[in-house]
Design a protein around this ligand. Structure first.
Ligand code: SF4
Length: 339
């Protein structure tokens, strides 16, 4: 691991000010992904800004829903009675992610910022456009291993079936973010140019020609909190994660479902998938189809078919073209069961 400077800050203002003073600076929160990246020299920071002392770990009820501080630990959010009561989908997604030890360290903001687990990205001897972007002005702090995408035509069992590009077919690794995307959360950030709010669906991005950029944060911006609007989904939520082993594995495919039911009719619904795209993947067409429909297997199959429009396999991950619609149907069945 390369030498780096270390600075600890205690206020968001100081954090933003510190990160803005030089390229190659990274915020350090739980460190559950960043430290791994540093050990492998995938990321080589010149300076770490430790934000663990920032007073941003509150979970509170607001007039419009719930606000979760960016430094709240994943385990604290999963165990929060407010979260269990108002947004159980988030509890389920968090408990499906990582291990208990990692959830005790990882923060909400850090979870959103974690990088793909594409094996080529982590091996500096292998070609990877995300790790070694060729565009002018590429981020400092990234090593220059070979350019290209090893996963296209290579080992790509875990990779995307939606929204990929010729530069990158990696997937976003978080479970928590699938729930937050489904629940129409918003992200509050603070930066050198002031504060702003980003719809969760716009926070992560597709790879396009710039796969090195995972999200739409501007330089120096700090995630402050996440807002989840009030909803009527608490009685009918389900997070289905299909993975190679029962715990501590990333999703092959996951489905977050939140439904507002009146008897057998779907009044409103949110659907998002993980393990299938470079960002949490909302199933808007399927949602639109299901609104006002009965909760029947035939309707679920139709919705799953609509959700798969545009899906494309890359060889080893072709099985997801079948696994994904089956998982959607299965998750819908479970979420719409009446208590
Ligand atoms: Fe790199 Fe993306 Fe290709 Fe993986 S899929 S090797 S992260 S460019």
């Amino acid at each position: 691991m390369n030498q780096f400077q270390y600075t600890r800050v205690t206020t968001p203002k100081a954090a933003v000010s510190a990160i803005s003073t030089g390229n190659g600076s990274y915020f350090l929160a739980g460190g559950t992904n960043l430290i791994d990246l540093m050990k492998r020299e995938v990321v080589v920071p010149e300076r770490l800004i430790d934000i663990n002392k920032l007073p941003l770990a509150t979970i509170e009820k607001t007039a419009t829903g719930l606000r979760i501080g960016a430094m709240a630990k994943n385990s604290a959010v999963a165990e929060s009675e407010l979260v269990k009561k108002y947004v159980p989908l988030l509890t389920m997604a968090l408990n499906a992610g990582a291990s208990a030890q990692l959830r005790n360290m990882a923060t909400v903001g850090g979870n959103m910022m974690q990088r793909t687990r594409c094996a080529y990205f982590y091996d500096t001897a292998m070609p990877c456009n995300k790790r070694s972007p060729v565009q002018a002005g590429a981020d400092k702090g990234q090593t220059n291993g070979p350019v290209g995408c090893g996963a296209i035509g290579g080992i790509n069992r875990m990779h995307a079936i939606f929204g990929a590009s010729t530069k990158c077919i990696a997937v976003h690794p978080s479970d928590m973010c699938i729930a937050l995307a489904a629940l129409d959360a918003t992200v509050n950030v603070s930066g050198p140019k002031g504060d702003r709010t980003i719809p969760f669906g716009d926070f992560h991005r597709l790879p396009g020609d710039t796969p090195q950029k995972d999200n739409t944060l501007l330089p120096g911006e700090l995630i402050m909190s996440v807002d989840i609007p009030t909803n009527k989904f608490a009685d009918h939520s389900h997070y289905l994660k299909v993975r190679d082993r029962a715990s501590y594995a990333f999703a092959l495919v996951s489905v977050g479902v939140a439904v507002d039911m009146k008897r057998d009719t779907i009044q409103d619904i949110r659907l998002a998938m993980g393990g299938v795209a470079h960002k949490p993947w909302r199933l808007i067409e399927a949602e639109q189809f299901l609104r006002g429909k009965s909760a029947t297997e035939a309707n679920f199959k139709q919705a799953a078919m609509l959700a798969m429009n545009g899906a494309k396999g890359y060889g080893e991950n072709d099985f997801k073209l079948t696994l994904a619609p089956n998982s959607i149907i299965d998750a819908l069945k479970t979420a719409t069961k009446t208590a």
